[in-house]
Design a protein around this ligand. Structure first.
Ligand SMILES: *[C@@H]1O[C@H](CO)[C@@H](O)[C@H](O)[C@H]1NC(C)=O
Ligand SMILES: *[C@@H]1O[C@H](CO)[C@@H](O)[C@H](O)[C@H]1NC(C)=O
Ligand SMILES: *[C@@H]1O[C@H](CO)[C@@H](O)[C@H](O)[C@H]1NC(C)=O
Ligand SMILES: *[C@@H]1O[C@H](CO)[C@@H](O)[C@H](O)[C@H]1NC(C)=O
Ligand SMILES: *[C@@H]1O[C@H](CO)[C@@H](O)[C@H](O)[C@H]1NC(C)=O
Ligand SMILES: *[C@@H]1O[C@H](CO)[C@@H](O)[C@H](O)[C@H]1NC(C)=O
Ligand SMILES: CC(=O)N[C@H]1CO[C@H](CO)[C@@H](O)[C@@H]1O
Length: 353
């Protein structure tokens, strides 16, 4: 801890040069045990006003909304695309949150072959501290409707800012991460790579999202399947962060004291429908036609054939010689509200684009 502030300062001044940290695998979610250690939300979406019911574990299993595909051995997390939903009802989907929390000094790597997309679909793979906004939120993967690129965003208490967005990535709205400003739009950037979301992600057989949660900063890398660095392809038990090159998103501690604003995080997958961001009329109209709820959620579900995550693994790494996993249980599942009003950020994003 003694040298952390000088390391932090240097890493702002010399990005990349000090990135020599080695990480060891401490936890893996994959294969037949993928769903062990996650809590299913088990309520309608009372967090982001989606027209969705986040089902219980037993419903997810019996209706095959969360299961391990026996052919690929990969986890599927999906929206119900087989039930007919009547007007004024909501559609079943899934939100899972890891029981364990992952502390500072960690990396998590999600290897996916498909991410959810389609009109009215709003998916995310993200993390959040139990006392949010205290303890922060890291959105590694998120977008909605027929958008083409992934967005990565932090949401925090006031005082955390992004000071050096990676040049190739576009600031979505604001560099202020505070949940109290800009209607909690957060400080987000957009991946310029076409293969980071939607049909082009699937066509490239997906790829890996790497999230580094370090005292010196938070960073995200995305690699499509053909460009995954060899040091993290396969089931590497250890790798050096310097092998990954420049991240696509980076929030150095110089603008946001990571130790202050971030606490151990639950990892979360969810897919909601319409709601604050995807369903805002002006946002929806950017990439879809009709009315979000009436024309998509209601009806036979044929709009949701692409509304699924196909996940080979989620692996958690800690700084070599440490284990940053904080053992958890089902506590505090319902406390936090992730995107109080992301709609505004979406509107601004569209203006920026
Ligand atoms: C896509 O991502 C790769 C790997 O992060 C990066 O090297 C490349 O520059 C990106 N391409 C574009 C068009 O930004
Ligand atoms: C995969 O990423 C590489 C590196 O950014 C890029 O050159 C290539 O075009 C991408 N492939 C697809 C199918 O998008
Ligand atoms: C990956 O490695 C971890 C730890 O070394 C091991 O527990 C796990 O079974 C391996 N997974 C696969 C898919 O080989
Ligand atoms: C499902 O509904 C859509 C939109 O209303 C319609 O185009 C499609 O034919 C329906 N599919 C079936 C199998 O009924
Ligand atoms: C539902 O979507 C899956 C892909 O997620 C597809 O394989 C299946 O055929 C779809 N079901 C119907 C009834 O269209
Ligand atoms: C959401 O619903 C659950 C289950 O009814 C409840 O425990 C929780 O307090 C609700 N959360 C919010 C933010 O309303
Ligand atoms: C950088 C930027 O565009 N910031 C905008 C984010 O959204 C708020 C609310 O609309 C604007 O006031 C900011 O100017």
């Amino acid at each position: 801890m003694r040298s952390s502030s000088s390391i932090a300062l240097l890493s702002v001044l010399l990005p990349g040069i000090l990135a020599v940290t080695t990480y060891d695998m401490v936890k893996e979610y994959s294969g037949s045990t993928f769903f062990d250690g996650w809590d299913f939300y088990g309520s309608f979406d009372n967090l982001t006003n989606g027209d969705a019911i986040f089902v219980t574990s037993s419903v997810a299993s019996s209706s095959k909304l969360a299961y391990v595909d026996s052919t690929t051995n990969r986890a599927i997390i999906k929206v119900d695309n087989t039930s007919t939903v009547a007007f004024s009802d909501k559609r079943n989907t899934v939100r899972i949150s890891s029981q364990d929390e992952v502390g500072v000094g960690s990396v998590w790597i999600a290897d996916m072959y498909h991410v959810p997309f389609g009109c009215s679909v709003w998916p995310a793979f993200w993390s959040q501290a139990p006392d949010w906004p205290t303890g922060g939120e890291i959105d590694t993967f998120e977008h909605w409707n027929m958008e083409l690129h992934n967005q990565m965003t932090l949401h925090t208490d006031p005082g955390c800012n992004q000071v050096s967005a990676v040049q190739t990535s576009k600031v979505v709205n604001s560099t202020d991460c505070s949940n109290l400003d800009n209607s909690n739009a957060g400080c987000g950037v957009m991946d310029p790579n076409d293969s980071s979301y939607g049909a082009k992600f699937a066509a490239a057989q997906g790829g890996v999202f790497v999230t580094e949660f370090s005292e010196s900063g938070i960073s995200v890398w995305f690699f499509n399947r053909s460009s995954i660095p060899t040091s993290i392809s396969g089931n590497a038990s250890s790798f050096s962060i310097s092998d990954l090159g420049t991240p696509v998103a980076n929030w150095p501690t110089g603008g946001c004291a990571i130790d202050t604003f971030f606490k151990p995080q639950h990892l979360i997958f969810d897919i909601t429908l319409c709601g604050d961001a995807a369903g805002a009329t002006s946002v929806f109209a950017q990439t879809c036609s009709g009315i979000c709820y009436d024309n998509y959620v209601v009806g036979n579900g044929s709009a949701y054939n692409n509304a699924y995550f196909d996940v080979a693994s989620v692996r958690v790494y800690s700084v070599a010689g440490t284990n940053t996993i904080v053992k958890g249980s089902s506590a505090l599942l319902f406390r936090a509200s992730p995107w109080v009003a992301a709609a505004l950020s979406a509107v601004v994003m569209i203006l920026v684009l």
